[in-house]
Design a protein around this ligand. Structure first.
Ligand SMILES: NC(=O)c1ccc[n+]([C@@H]2O[C@H](COP(=O)([O-])OP(=O)(O)OC[C@H]3O[C@@H](n4cnc5c(N)ncnc54)[C@H](O)[C@@H]3O)[C@@H](O)[C@H]2O)c1
Length: 341
């Protein structure tokens, strides 16, 4: 494939624009052709910045014969329908996480991609982060013996948008934030989740307490994998202190840790202030290179007709675990994974 891979973006928000800028400036074999957003202002601004065309109806992106692949970065509840239509128009698909709202929706997306012979990659970019990749290599080398437990933590500084407060409609923080941790546990144990037990509470978002009593801003989920290994997921929203993503991989003969809340290496020491340094404030900075590597890898898969590193199956399994976790929070019971959640 000599010519550049032509990309359309659906959803010009935070995640969408990261991918669009990567495709434009950091992925040599890609070219942004058209962006789409229901909010015309967002679409127009994005097109102006990227120097490409725009529209407000994503079907106008899908109908274009000069587009090879689309990035779907709209709110999660729209992922299924847009992905199924994109596949019908023979567009390769990069879809942001969470893949969809439930397992049957994910199944529809996987089936549509298979039937139409298009690639479907899901946005778990941590797998493309060099620290995560190094940890995976160390685990596979046997240096820390057998993996016993993977503990993955994501704390975000801000409180969620109101649409996330309704867990029944949004699947909540376990989906929107901690699906990254779920994928990390699956990836680093090399196993599927067998059962989960989760507890949660709302400690910081007092404005949501009355109208959304089920909303949680903090969650702890214990996970049993089907090969006997254990996982532990620690999620928190509105922590204010920074964006915190860390992993401990505990083995029979050692420990691997990933991540640091400390940004950069500059530390100031004073007689009255002790030690001060910069804190990581946002996921956008923490994973800049991982998003670029993820976008490059997607374009390579399209050009070489290869299976993506993060498949529809990976997206679907994470959604199954999210649904089981929310059920465990609701019922107070251990929940065994079933395929139809
Ligand atoms: N991989 C990551 O780390 C990561 C980070 C942030 C968000 N995300 C995911 O990306 C998706 C988008 O999140 P975001 O934070 O960018 O949201 P956002 O609100 O910043 O942007 C969403 C955009 O989609 C537009 N939109 C809504 N419905 C549309 C439709 N039907 N057609 C076209 N455009 C539509 C909105 O107008 C908005 O501009 C979510 O699924 C989210 O979970 C992933």
């Amino acid at each position: 494939m000599g010519k550049k891979t032509k990309i359309g973006l659906i959803g010009c928000g935070r995640a969408g624009m990261i991918h669009a800028r990567d495709m434009m400036y950091s992925v040599q074999d890609a070219q942004m052709v058209c962006v789409s957003d229901v909010n015309e202002e967002n679409a127009r601004k994005a097109a102006e910045e990227l120097g490409c065309e725009y529209c407000t109806d994503y079907l106008d992106v899908l109908k274009r014969e000069d587009i090879d692949a689309v990035i779907i970065a709209v709110p999660t509840k729209f992922h299924r329908d847009i992905a199924v239509e994109a596949a019908a128009y023979k567009k390769h698909i990069f879809c942001e996480k969470p893949m969809a709202m439930n397992v049957p929706e994910c199944g529809d997306m996987i089936a549509a991609a298979q039937e139409n012979g298009v690639i479907l990659q899901i946005g778990f970019m941590r797998r493309f982060d060099t620290s995560f990749q190094r940890a995976k290599e160390i685990v596979e080398s046997g240096k820390i013996g057998e993996v016993v437990m993977v503990k993955s933590l994501t704390h975000g500084p801000s409180t969620p948008h109101e649409w996330m407060y309704d867990i029944a409609k949004s699947n909540g923080p376990l989906a929107e934030v901690n699906s990254h941790d779920i994928d990390t546990v699956r990836w680093l144990t090399g196993a599927e989740v067998k059962s989960v037990y989760a507890i949660a509470g709302n400690y910081r978002c007092s404005q949501a307490r009355e109208k959304y009593p089920d909303f949680y801003d903090s969650v702890l989920m214990s996970v049993r994998m089907d090969n006997g290994m254990m996982g532990c997921i620690d999620g928190a929203q509105g922590v204010e202190y920074g964006y915190d993503a860390r992993v401990d991989i505990v083995g029979t003969k050692g420990l691997v840790t990933i991540g640091d809340l400390k940004d950069k290496t500059t530390v100031t020491y004073t007689k009255d202030g002790g030690m001060t340094g910069d804190v990581v404030r946002t996921w956008m900075n923490l994973f800049t290179d991982a998003y670029i590597a993820e976008d490059r890898s997607f374009v390579e898969c399209v050009r070489e007709n290869r299976e993506p590193l993060v498949s529809g199956w990976d997206g679907m399994m994470a959604v199954a675990v999210v649904r089981a976790g929310n059920e465990s929070i609701r019922t107070g019971q251990v929940v065994t994974l079933q395929a139809d959640r």
